[in-house]
Design a binder for this molecule. Sequence first.
Ligand code: 1CP
Length: 343
Amino acid sequence: MTDKLILRALKGETLPVPPIWMMRQAGRYLPEYRATRAQAGDFLSLCYNPELAAEVTLQPIRRYGFDAAILFADILLICQALGADLWFETGEGPRLSTITTPAELAALKPAHAIHDRLSPVYETVRRLSRDLPAQTTLIGFAGAPWTVATYMIAGRGTKDQGPAHALKAADRATFAALIDLITEATIDYLSEQVKAGAEVVKLFDSWAGSLKGQDFTDFAVKPVAHIIAELKRRHPGLPIIAFPREAGQGYIGFAKATGADCVAIDNSVSPDWAAAHVQRDGCVQGNLAPHHMVSGGPALVEATRAVVQAFRKGPHIFNLGHGITPDADPENVALMIETVRKG
Ligand code: 1CP
């Protein structure tokens, strides 16, 4: 039996006060993160340095006492482990070598070959499972196949995922084979994170909202359902959070269709709508708008209370609707937590 609050909510328990963590809680809005990142040199060096990656994961736990810590890494590390080049342009974001032809796809490594590159990540998880406070849940994660594929195809972040949609239309076999490769690699990657000590895993499908109709079923639901089924076969009882960001109506029935224990909700839908349509199938996570962490004040308190109030009748993990931004004020995070915990 466990008394960790996040695990209780994920099992479907309605708690008097929702447990809380925050997407990108280890990030540039924290001075201590900026200091450790400077020490590491660059972002990827930080991700692959178990001592420093564990340190930045622990920083927001020490400062705020969140109920969960999320492994510090990035959804794009798996692309590098599959053989793509990956680097981060300062002030711009990720850049990758692109996969748009059968030959480029064939040059990637097989799914089972990812672990050499990713072993420092597993070491970070091992350190965290040793060093976290007893009440804090450790969350591992990966990108969902569609979102990871959008970066591998375009070679960068895109507003509309145009290059991935174009490949899907022009050469569906290559596109589908890339999705399958990422799906298999993701199962192995998350399975190793669990073996190293992750107690929950989360799949980030940041660009799920750009898949419509049958494409949403084929590429946001099916690969995620397959990953979840296989992970639960290998690790019975493992709780899994899915985040099909901006899925809109696609949130309805997503937990049942994928087998996820919890659906994370972005802030483009209202908490009342999500409580009515999504929470009846189980635990939900979300969904305060991240801009409140910048602007603060009475509006933050009011919006935080509205989220807590909307979800109070069912299992809920309090979180933002997307990651906290670098311009956020750490004091506003403290105010949000105090409002959730003290009402
Ligand atoms: O400057 C820095 O320090 C880098 C900023 C940063 C950070 C803190 C990046 C670059 N990644 C991360 C860490 C990260 N990324 C975590 C760690 C755990 C946490 O604290 O939450 C996680 C879970 C992610 C996930 C991630 N990376 C997603 C999915 C969630 C989301 O935000 O939608 C995506 C899309 C990425 C790709 C990525 N990595 C970094 C950036 C700036 C981006 C977005 C690129 C783009 O589309 O323009």
